[in-house]
Design a binder for this molecule. Structure first.
Ligand code: NAD
Length: 293
């Protein structure tokens, strides 16, 4: 099976590398020469143009920064959709806006192609280890075709529903993650400011009704938990700027569907102020710092 891979950055690079390792013939394209060099070094074939990468591909995968770039690649001037073989499976793993995902699926369908939106969770560590979670939207048959390929890059592969449902799940999940991370940081900062040891407070809350993923797996207070970004000066992990991007996409869905998300809006404002204060490239659990006097 021939795979064309677009976007060999922090996520796409290691994802494509796992496909090469699994024995697929992978042709990669990226605008950044450094990404292409790194891809060649791990045994990938580098294409000079998107059309060259796509020629002869049975499966096309993209892992790009945003919806506009995805739109430009597939349906813009280059019109990649128009150059693919009929029935080619196109899997967009980028985190993008819902309307672009749905529009791309429609345009792909008009060209006789099959499109899935398949955003991921698990970050760069999950991409490198091949343990990502995929949230896939699209037809049953397309999902079944994609599954064996995705299985080389991820551990949990969920069929979320029809096209766009992958992006919807990703936005709902990340909005909730931002809310409970901010809430967890707020509670821990309140306890600490009043003399509580944050480790003791965390241990007790973990066995009480305040328990949640941020507290259990990703404690935001430095030194409470080994190996998490909070204990590494908030380096690595999931950047505040990327969380803000996802909160913006969630807000867009909320506004388009006239659904109120007051908690999501508040989280977006908190993380926005935090980024403006110069913390955009830190891990998102650094929101704890915003609560420290
Ligand atoms: P990145 O900036 O490291 O990589 C994006 C790559 O796309 C870059 O190498 C860039 O040169 C390339 N690119 C841009 N325009 C292109 C084009 N027209 N053709 C080919 N290549 C092009 O970003 P990333 O962290 O790898 O994120 C990629 C996607 O994954 C984003 O949608 C992001 O929201 C999502 N995501 C990221 C993480 C994470 O932890 N980094 C986690 C989950 C999801």
């Amino acid at each position: 099976m021939n795979i064309a891979f677009f976007g060999l950055g922090n996520m796409g690079g290691p994802m494509a590398a796992n496909l090469v390792k699994a024995g697929y013939a992978v042709k990669g394209f990226d605008l950044s020469p450094e990404s292409l060099v790194a891809f060649r070094e791990i045994g990938g074939e580098v294409a000079e143009t998107p059309a060259e990468a796509a020629s002869g591909a049975d499966v096309v995968i993209s892992m790009l920064p945003n919806g506009q770039i995805v739109r430009d690649l597939y349906a813009g001037e280059g019109n990649l959709f128009g150059q693919l073989m009929p029935n080619t499976l196109v899997i967009d793993c980028s985190t993008i806006d819902l309307s672009t995902a749905r529009d791309m699926a429609e345009k792909a369908h008009m060209e006789g192609l099959v499109f899935l939106d398949a955003p991921v969770s698990g970050g760069t560590a999950g991409a490198a280890a091949g343990t990502l979670t995929f949230m896939v939207g699209g037809e049953d048959a397309a999902f079944e075709r994609a599954k064996p390929v995705l299985a080389h890059m991820g551990k949990n592969i969920f069929h979320a529903g029809k096209v766009g449902c992958g992006q919807l799940v990703k936005m709902c999940n990340n909005m909730l993650l931002a809310i409970h991370m901010a809430g967890t940081a707020e509670a821990l900062a309140l306890g600490q400011a009043n003399g509580m040891d944050p480790k003791v407070l965390s241990d007790i809350m973990l066995q009480s009704s305040g328990a949640n993923w941020s507290l259990e797996k990703y404690n935001p207070v430095p030194g409470v938990m080994d190996g998490v970004p909070a204990s590494k000066d908030y380096q690595g992990g999931f950047m505040v700027d990327l969380m803000l991007k996802d909160l913006g996409l969630a807000a867009e869905i909320a506004s388009q569907s006239q659904q109120d998300t007051p908690m999501g809006d508040l989280a977006r404002s908190l993380f926005g102020q935090h980024a403006e204060a110069g913390n955009g490239s830190l891990d998102f659990s650094s929101i704890f710092r915003a609560y420290q006097k």
